[in-house]
Design a protein around this ligand. Structure first.
Ligand code: COA
Ligand code: AMP
Length: 635
């Protein structure tokens, strides 16, 4: 089949009003929009102003009314608890309406925030959709973050209610959530009025009378609440993501643009039809989970898999194939790191042979740069197209992809194919001038961003401008660097800031440096991301100690490792640091992290002309060799 991509892409940029106006016909509106693209307050673009809708209605009630009531909406598959539970659209709507009633009975109204700190259980999805139902704004915090990170988010979002659970389960370890929540509430200035706690069978959480309510007890006495019409431009959720400092950015998502973009993406990017089974093996705490476990599949009338498990170890590297085969999954989305984990344990893909995967059509990968080896391994053993696509928490859906629904384009390994309709992506110089094809540079997106992308940061319009719009006026800065090749394919090579990608999780090395710097014996520090064959990147810390510190270096390293785990969370996977005499810097005092990274990765490196003292670089190399890193050569 020849691809319709070129024509569709061209139209999306030439006539955004017509293009997105047509796409918007596919969702339900209580009142149609006055304007498709509202550019009256540049650079704050708004989509579908004047429109009135409800995301939960589109995700649930509409399907029940249109005859999908008995179709599974969510299949909760939890190898860690040995549970498989199916919720039809009707059952999920009823649960959601009831929990919306619980929220309403506890004073939550339109515009209030509800913070959700939950594992991968159905109640998490119910809580998110219940917020959407009554126009409350949810903010989901990933379970692998520590109390300190949770507290920062509580203070910024100011939730009226926190919804949490007694525990999460990491393979075979029960992780108690309540101590983390208690600690976060000790640190945070803002206090919620109530906490609603799901008591899981694996662990009973101690409850604080007057503050904590039991999920089941509240549900038993609640009256269901109906959908509340909201403006297309009202916020649906806030999702915090790592910025260049320790303070996370509150990415805001609106109702209308998000509905339209996600609905459009299911058919056109992923090639999936209503009624089919779609699986994003991620976590609801990340943007992939928001968009493609919860909202998009439900808005499109698909069945979505909610998987509480890992690619390996729950119980074996055949876990993904078991789920695909058992639930007849048509398309799956995960991070390359998950495939690297499977490939490492089952290099010859013996487990794939045990399952009937005839239902499976396409594998989508995103979240980090995907190495060709992994893509080719997946292609060879699964026999389906493997599509690498590029996106960010901020955009909420793909910026670059091979839009299989428009007719797949030839795959180039290592490229995320072409810009998705709606996005004009450019590699530019520092004056925002487009670079010749093939030349690497910062990647920007010409404004306006398409529907679904962040309209601003929570309570921080100026931060939105400063972080994304001011460096390249008229453009959104992705903070990724890459290039467009002679065929218009996008190659995403690296970040231009201090963000690293650890097992597909986005983390700030700046935030880790803030933690290390707080250690009493540390005078100066740097954290870099070094290449790792499983997780893509791993953080590595360098410590310069205060003069006169005579303590054992191993002890100090163990202490900072513990501090990062306690303050940021286990998800940071910060396990290695080394003490050095000095850090390499430019004459103006900037730490040469990129050069240190090259040395750690064993690449040949060149001392920059601006370096203050080139003799420090070999010292760094020696420290790394002592840790077992390969020897790097000076070019
Ligand atoms: N709650 C509490 N702790 C959590 C957690 C959660 N929701 N998620 C992760 N952690 C912990 C892990 O238990 C681990 O702790 P440890 O240091 O005590 O072992 C640590 O955080 C790091 O977790 P993770 O990055 O998941 O590494 P892992 O070694 O446990 O597993 C993979 C490695 C590759 C199997 C795993 O990262 C994976 O499945 N990745 C898929 C990628 C993905 O979902 N990306 C999301 C974007 S698409
Ligand atoms: P997150 O906000 O957690 O989704 O992380 C977004 C970042 O992950 C992007 O800015 C990229 O650096 C990286 N990323 C996501 N998808 C890809 C991809 N397909 N190829 C390369 N990098 C990617």
């Amino acid at each position: 089949m020849s691809s319709r991509y070129d024509a569709v892409y061209a139209r999306s940029l030439e006539d955004p009003d017509g293009f997105w106006g047509e796409a918007a016909e596919d969702v339900h509106w209580y009142k149609r929009w006055d304007k498709v693209l509202d550019d009256s307050r540049k650079p704050f673009y708004r989509w579908f102003t004047g429109g009135v809708t409800n995301t939960c209605y589109n995700a649930l009630d509409l399907h029940v009314e249109n005859g999908r009531g008995d179709q599974p909406a969510i299949i909760y598959d939890s190898p860690v608890t040995g549970t498989i539970e199916t919720f039809t659209y009707r059952a999920l709507r009823d649960e959601v309406a009831r929990f919306a009633g619980v929220l309403a009975a506890n004073g939550v109204t339109k515009g209030d925030r509800v913070l959700i700190y939950m594992p991968m259980i159905p109640q998490t999805v119910v809580a998110m959709l219940a917020c959407a139902r009554i126009g409350a704004i949810h903010s989901v915090v990933f379970g692998g973050f520590a109390a300190n990170e949770l507290a920062t988010r509580i203070d910024d979002a100011g939730p009226r209610i926190i919804v949490s659970a007694s525990c999460g389960i990491e393979v075979d370890r029960v992780i108690a959530y309540m101590p983390l929540l208690e600690r976060a509430l000790e640190i945070s200035r803002h206090q919620p009025e109530k906490c609603i706690i799901v008591q899981r069978d694996s662990l009973a959480a101690p409850m604080t009378p007057g503050r904590d309510l039991d999920w089941d007890e509240e549900m038993a006495k609640a009256e269901p609440a109906d959908c509340v019409p909201v403006a297309a431009t009202d916020p649906l959720y806030i999702l915090y993501t790592s910025g260049t400092t320790g303070v996370p950015k509150g990415v805001v998502r609106d109702h209308g643009g998000h509905l339209v973009a996600l609905k459009w993406s299911m058919k056109n990017v992923y090639g999936v039809d209503p009624g089919e089974v779609y699986w994003a093996a991620s976590d609801v705490g990340w943007v992939v989970g928001h968009s493609y476990i919860v909202y998009a599949p439900l808005i499109h009338g698909c069945t979505s898999i909610l998987y509480e498990g890992k690619p390996v170890g729950t119980p074996d590297p055949g876990a993904f194939w078991r789920v695909i085969s058992q639930h007849r999954v048509a398309a799956m989305f995960t991070a390359p790191t998950a495939f690297r984990a499977i490939k490492r344990e089952d290099p010859n893909a013996e487990y794939i042979k045990k399952y009937d995967l005839s239902c499976f059509r396409t594998l989508f990968l995103a979240g980090e740069r995907c190495d060709s080896d992994t893509v080719q391994w997946a292609e060879r053993h699964l026999g389906v197209p493997v599509i690498d696509h590029w996106w960010q928490t901020e955009t909420g859906w793909a910026i670059g992809a091979n839009c299989v629904g428009l007719g797949a384009l030839p795959v180039k390994h290592g490229s995320s194919t072409k810009a998705v309709p709606g996005y004009r992506v450019l590699a530019v110089d520092d004056q925002a001038r487009e670079l010749p094809r093939g030349q690497i540079g910062p990647l920007v997106i010409k404004l306006p961003l398409p529907p679904g992308c962040l309209p601003t940061l929570w309570n921080d319009d100026q931060g939105y401008i400063d972080s994304y719009l001011s460096d390249y006026p008229g453009h959104y800065k992705t903070a990724d660097a890459g290039f467009e090749d002679e065929d218009g394919y996008l190659w995403i090579m690296s970040r231009t800031d201090d963000i690293i990608n650890v097992a597909g999780h986005r983390l700030s090395t700046g935030a880790m440096e803030e933690v290390l710097a707080a250690h009493a014996d540390v005078a100066e520090c740097a954290v870099i991301g070094v290449a790792d064959s499983l997780k893509g990147q791993l953080p590595l810390g360098f410590l310069v100690l205060n003069a006169g510190v005579e303590r054992d270096h191993g002890e100090i390293v163990a202490e900072v490792v513990k501090m990062v785990r306690e303050r940021i969370g286990p998800v940071a996977a910060f396990k290695t640091a080394t003490v050095v005499k000095r850090l390499p810097k430019t004459r103006s005092g900037k730490i040469l992290r990129a050069t240190m990274q090259k040395i750690a990765d064993g690449e040949s490196y060149r001392a920059p002309a601006t370096i203050d003292d080139p003799a420090i670089l070999p010292e760094i190399g020696e420290a790394l060799e002592r840790l077992g890193y390969p020897k790097a050569a000076s070019a």
